[in-house]
Write a protein that binds this ligand. Structure first.
Ligand code: M1P
Length: 252
């Protein structure tokens, strides 16, 4: 069995990244690393993030594929088990070039008309399992991110565009998820974080815990948090994650 070296190989603990293992877009703390090392000797651990792997490498460290038993980027559309890549699908194959072109043109037209004071580069990031749309652009600095987030709270730039996309592309079968500070994700309905659970189905885990900070309706952890296959834990911060892990798994 793959995980026979664990004290309890029948338990899997999955984590969201931003706001759960790390502060939003920032790097993992030494305390969190130590907590995960202790946890990993007891149970099977993995992360499931909306971002692509390169961003999780930035946040969780260059050895991320070795530090976690499962690595699920883009909600599991890119997946690794014990450092080996698992089969994956792609957004563009699923949607097709023609529909994607219509969607991209609509988004870029809308973004060109929004009245925001700062624009940077990469307004649509094309990923394997989704696209990520950002009115300010993904090249924004940390300060520019924070400023945009504050402005977006007032003007709802992202929510308004999502509402328009839902209205205009009803038959495309897409889900829109505002998970971070400056952007939203667009992916086929069902390719939310529950997508990663199909990669662990054959392992017959007795318990699958999930920790996430956006477990409320509309948040990008909601579906997996609510899923009957998981035991959901809603956290307020990485410190809260550590506290709950110590409590449940007696790590101290
Ligand atoms: O993990 C949450 C989100 O993190 C980023 O969002 P933002 O750049 O807006 O803060 C993105 O990578 C997004 O895809 C992801 O869902």
């Amino acid at each position: 069995m793959s995980f026979a070296n664990k004290e309890d190989p029948s338990t899997l603990v999955l984590f969201d990244v931003d706001g759960t293992l790390t502060p939003a877009r920032l790097t993992i703390s030494d305390e969190m690393k130590k907590t995960l090392e202790k946890l990993r000797s007891k149970v099977v651990i993995g992360f499931v993030g909306g971002s692509d792997l390169s961003k999780q490498v930035e946040q969780l460290g260059p050895n991320v594929l070795q530090d976690f038993d499962y690595c699920f980027s883009e909600n599991g559309l890119t997946a690794y088990k014990l450092g080996k890549q698992l089969a994956s699908q792609s957004f563009i194959n699923w949607l097709g070039e023609d529909k994607y072109n219509k969607l991209a043109k609509f988004i870029l037209r809308h973004l060109s008309e929004i009245d925001i004071p700062v624009r940077r580069g990469t307004f649509i990031e094309f990923r394997n399992g989704m696209i990520n749309v950002s009115p300010i652009g993904r090249n924004a600095s940390t300060q520019e991110r924070n400023d945009f987030e504050a402005l977006d709270k007032i003007h709802q730039f992202r929510q308004k565009l999502v509402d328009e996309l839902r209205e205009n592309f009803k038959d495309f079968g897409l889900t829109y998820s505002i998970g971070g500070q400056i952007s939203f994700d667009v992916f086929p309905t069902g390719w939310d974080k529950t997508y990663c659970l199909q990669h662990v189905a054959d392992e017959n885990f007795k318990q699958i815990h999930f920790f996430g900070d956006k477990a409320y309706k509309g948040g990008n952890d909601y579906e997996i948090y609510e899923d009957p296959r998981t035991i959901g834990h809603a956290v307020k911060s990485p410190e809260d994650t550590i506290r709950i892990l110590n409590d449940i798994f007696k790590l101290e």
